[in-house]
Ligand binder design. Structure first.
Ligand SMILES: *[C@@H]1O[C@H](CO)[C@@H](O)[C@H](O)[C@H]1NC(C)=O
Ligand SMILES: *[C@@H]1O[C@H](CO)[C@@H](O)[C@H](O)[C@H]1NC(C)=O
Ligand SMILES: *[C@@H]1O[C@H](CO)[C@@H](O)[C@H](O)[C@H]1NC(C)=O
Ligand SMILES: *[C@@H]1O[C@H](CO)[C@@H](O)[C@H](O)[C@H]1NC(C)=O
Ligand SMILES: *[C@@H]1O[C@H](CO)[C@@H](O)[C@H](O)[C@H]1NC(C)=O
Ligand SMILES: *[C@@H]1O[C@H](CO)[C@@H](O)[C@H](O)[C@H]1NC(C)=O
Ligand SMILES: *[C@@H]1O[C@H](CO)[C@@H](O)[C@H](O)[C@H]1NC(C)=O
Length: 384
């Protein structure tokens, strides 16, 4: 087990090496776009965490998660309650100080296996793409959003990746036309993507339509988390920044996007505000890589706030894992892998060394008194 001091030392050393390797000194001489400090807002938690409870000081952009298109028309049918919440969300946030930009995120990573199929069918035909695009623009404008975000998890085949390329091209074209005809600034267009550009852990080989991603999106949110969870038979980091033993880590993933042709300034790094949990087979074997028999507390997932509550109550042992720049804790037969303010700001240091545009959190409501959000925002230096 390393001490926090060892970890700080290693981080500083590797950060300084990376800065010289990536040419970010030269980058900062040109005029980079302003940093993106963002988070997704899970709308299904709005009863406990209404838009009015959001402190906008820590963010530049907030994504409303999620809307899902109709599975036949591919348009957005809004219930009265959704209508009310969307309008409350944008109105509330636009009147906050400081103001933030709002994006409407379409899709999501929920448990519904039909959702990726709806996207696949929609993207496969010009007419259904057009219905989807125009309905999305209409909803975004009706409620005063600043942009749209596509969260298709995930295109399943090379054919679906190609269709995604068509979708993005037509979408950008429609956004430009709409902005010209209404004399308004164009809506932003972003997408949430897999952490790696060159492999999927699930077996079908496929790659994102890179020239289209680069040309038609304002930026790309790489989901740098969910690397291990209760579905694995061993414990492992939820969101390893680095990993000497595996390519399943955020630096590998982000570099693969850059290598595939996405400029660092179009890449935004995902950061989890939650942990993954396991029940250990043997309470005495509580390391990363130990055998697990199933999900631990919270059914396999806990928000950072819940992790903190658990740690405060249980007096669990907390370990900083130097190899992966994550934290884990164990107590009896449960183990939790998570990130705290320290590992998160370390990750942000790396994101900056790589010259990235910014970061996003999944999800805004999971923090504990804005602890991580505040430290993350303060630690993003060289801000324009
Ligand atoms: C939001 O956070 C900032 C920074 O901590 C603080 O100064 C401000 O009072 C907070 N705003 C609200 C509405 O709580
Ligand atoms: C939804 O709102 C419309 C128009 O305000 C109203 O006519 C309709 O009855 C409402 N539907 C429900 C289910 O409340
Ligand atoms: C948003 O909803 C809250 C209740 O959660 C209400 O107090 C507030 O007035 C609403 N704000 C707007 C702008 O609709
Ligand atoms: C986990 O173990 C079960 C039962 O031993 C096995 O069927 C399954 O394939 C394993 N899963 C992984 C991801 O190794
Ligand atoms: C702990 O678990 C790992 C992975 O299952 C195994 O390789 C190792 O032998 C175990 N160690 C002990 C002391 O049981
Ligand atoms: C846990 O304890 C720390 C230190 O006393 C405190 O700052 C924090 O608010 C507590 N968190 C929760 C969620 O209870
Ligand atoms: C660990 O968890 C158990 C419940 O499983 C709890 O009773 C105990 O107080 C916790 N803390 C320690 C240090 O074992």
């Amino acid at each position: 087990m390393a001490s926090l001091n060892d970890l700080v030392h290693i981080l500083l050393l590797s950060c300084s090496l990376m800065i010289f390797n990536t040419g970010c000194m030269a980058d900062s001489l040109s005029h980079p776009p302003p940093a993106v400090k963002s988070a997704y807002y899970p709308s299904w938690l709005s009863d406990d965490f209404p838009p009015s409870a959001i402190n906008t000081s820590f963010f530049t952009h907030i994504f409303y998660a999620f809307l899902v298109p109709n599975d036949v028309t591919f348009k957005f049918d809004l219930s009265n309650s959704t209508d009310l919440l969307l309008s409350n969300f944008t109105t509330t946030l636009h009147h906050k100080h400081p103001p933030v930009k709002t994006l409407l995120s379409l899709g999501g990573g929920g448990d519904d296996p039909e959702l990726p199929k709806i996207f696949a069918r929609m993207a496969s035909e010009p007419s259904s793409r057009s219905h989807f695009i125009h309905s999305a623009i209409e909803v975004a404008r009706k409620f005063g959003f600043d942009g749209l975000d596509l969260d298709w998890e995930f295109p399943q085949s090379p054919k679906e990746m190609k269709d995604l390329g068509h979708l993005l091209k037509e979408w950008r074209h429609a956004l430009k036309k709409e902005a010209q005809s209404t004399a308004r600034p164009p809506l932003l267009l972003t997408a949430a993507v897999y952490f790696s550009a060159d492999f999927f852990l699930a077996n079908v080989r496929r790659s994102y339509p890179m020239p289209h991603m680069n040309k038609y999106l304002d930026w790309i949110n790489a989901m740098c988390f969910d690397y291990n969870g209760a579905w694995s038979n061993t414990t492992g980091p939820n969101a390893a920044l680095l990993d000497p033993k595996s390519n399943v880590n955020s630096i590998y993933g982000l570099r693969s996007w850059i290598k595939a042709g996405i400029p660092p300034k179009k890449l935004v790094m995902g950061l989890p505000l939650y942990g993954r949990t396991w029940e250990l087979k043997d309470p005495n074997n509580h390391s990363i890589g130990a055998t697990a028999v199933g999900p631990g507390p919270g059914g396999g997932q806990l928000s950072f706030h819940q992790v903190e509550t658990l740690l405060n109550q249980s007096g669990a042992t907390v370990v900083y894992d130097v190899d992966t720049i994550t934290v884990y804790s164990f107590n009896g037969s449960s183990l939790v892998s998570f990130d705290d303010a320290f590992t998160t700001t370390s990750k942000i240091g790396y994101a900056q060394a790589l010259g990235l545009r910014g970061y996003f959190f999944w999800a805004l409501t999971y923090d504990s008194d804005w602890k991580i959000s505040a430290q993350a925002s303060n630690s993003w230096i060289l801000d324009e």
